[in-house]
Design a protein around this ligand. Structure first.
Ligand code: SF4
Ligand code: SF4
Length: 271
């Protein structure tokens, strides 16, 4: 269990705890203030500068660390977990046809100028925040039921190596299921650049290769968004380093031999 599960999970993984999607939390002052500023700001499409160039000061690093620990913390989750969370969303509203709002991904919008797939899934929102969406990232958004969101998610992962991550909008309130494009994912780029884990935690699982099934085709090596699998020069089979793996499940989706399985995170493997 990560420390967010210990503090906010009540015996479960924190992003599977229905309390963290509750209306009480959604209406809390912390969440309200954060969402007002986050969804109310102007984003320049295609600006491409996801991170400030040049050296970063200690104060700036501390500021980003605090922002992500307290507000925007992301955690990688599996596709099965993502589908379960969308089901949870349907219990958070009396209007089941509006359980989920599909939004442009702010990172793709900033990097590429648009996100026609509407890759970010806002869940458990209150109407206090939804009035912001006509302006947010160009205004494209769409309300769907939890069942429709599950279908669009399954279609989305067929478009490329999408990585699911639950995002807080004021910890522990979980308001967004992100479906990330890692080359432009700001939390991941921040983690790499600042060498801090607060922007995005790894999943609660790590991939492993069943060498009795692996043929050494190398597909996992080319598809992993984090560059983890390698083909061992001794036996020509895939090898996955647990400490580097983010547990996203992309390699498993693409492996033609079903040679990749998952194990829960052990005590010694960091998030
Ligand atoms: S994609 Fe599967 S079969 Fe191919 S190298 Fe990776 S683990 Fe082995
Ligand atoms: S090895 Fe597989 S599970 Fe691990 S980070 Fe790469 S794609 Fe994700």
């Amino acid at each position: 269990m990560c420390e967010y599960c210990v503090q906010h999970g009540h015996g479960k993984k924190w992003y599977l705890n229905a309390r963290n999607y509750s209306k009480d939390l959604a209406h809390s002052e912390k969440v309200k203030q954060f969402c007002e500023s986050f969804f109310g700001r102007e984003i320049t499409p295609g600006a491409k500068e996801l991170l400030p160039s040049g050296p970063i000061t200690v104060e700036e690093r501390q500021k980003e660390n605090h922002r992500y620990m307290q507000y925007l913390h992301h955690q990688v989750i599996s596709t099965d977990e993502a589908l379960s969370i969308l089901k949870l969303a349907s219990y958070q509203t009396d209007e089941s046809e509006r359980a989920v709002v599909l939004l442009p991904c702010i990172c793709r919008y900033s990097a590429y100028g648009s996100d026609p797939n509407l890759s970010c899934y806002g869940i458990a929102f209150t109407d206090e925040y939804t009035h912001r969406f006509p302006k947010y990232c160009g205004g494209a958004h769409q309300y769907v039921s939890a069942e429709e969101a599950q279908e669009t998610l399954e279609a989305l992962i067929k478009t490329g190596p999408v990585v699911h991550a639950m995002s807080a909008l004021g910890v522990p309130y979980l308001g967004m299921l992100c479906n990330c494009d890692m080359p432009v994912c700001r939390p991941y780029l921040l983690r790499k650049r600042l060498e801090i884990t607060s922007p995005i935690y790894k999943a609660h699982q790590r991939a492993q290769v069943d060498v009795s099934k692996c043929t050494g085709c190398g597909i996992c090596e080319t598809k992993c968004p984090f560059g983890v699998p390698t083909i061992d020069s001794q036996n020509n089979l895939a090898s996955i380093e647990s400490h580097a793996c983010f547990g996203c499940g992309v390699c498993q989706r693409y492996c033609p031999e079903n040679a990749i399985t998952f194990k829960p995170v052990g005590e010694s493997i960091p998030f």
